[in-house]
Design a protein around this ligand. Sequence first.
Ligand SMILES: [Zn+2]
Length: 129
Amino acid sequence: MIQNDDSSHQATRSARDAVWRGLKGQCPACGEGRLFPRFLKPATSCPQCGEALDGHQADDFPSYIVILLLGHILIPTMIEVNYLFDIPLGWQSIIWPAMALTLALSMIQPVKGGVIGYQWARRMHGFAR
Ligand SMILES: [Zn+2]
C-alpha cells in the first residue's frame, strides 16, 4: 500500500494506531515495514510503503519516559521485596542494577517507536511536509 502521495499527507492520521505501530517497531503509516533496522536507529524510509521516517526528533524524550516508567516499576518492587524478604545487601547491589538495566534496554526501543509514531501522526517536526 503506497501512502506517500499527496492525498495521504492531507488525510487524518490516527495517533492511537501510529503509537501502537511504533510501540511494536512497525512503520506508523502502514504498520508493515520495520521501523528500526538497528536497535535504536530508525529507518530513513519505510521499506514497504516508502513513507519518509527521517523527520522525527525523538531526541531524549524516550529516555525520559523510560526513566519515569522504570522508577514507578522498580522502586515499589524494591520496597515490597525488602519488606517481604531479607536479601543481603551484596546481592541487592547486583540484582537491582541488573534489573534496571534489563528493563531499560527492553523498554527504550518500543518507547522510541511510540514517540516517533506520535510525531508522525501529529505531523510534528519533519513529518509536517
Ligand atoms: Zn510503511
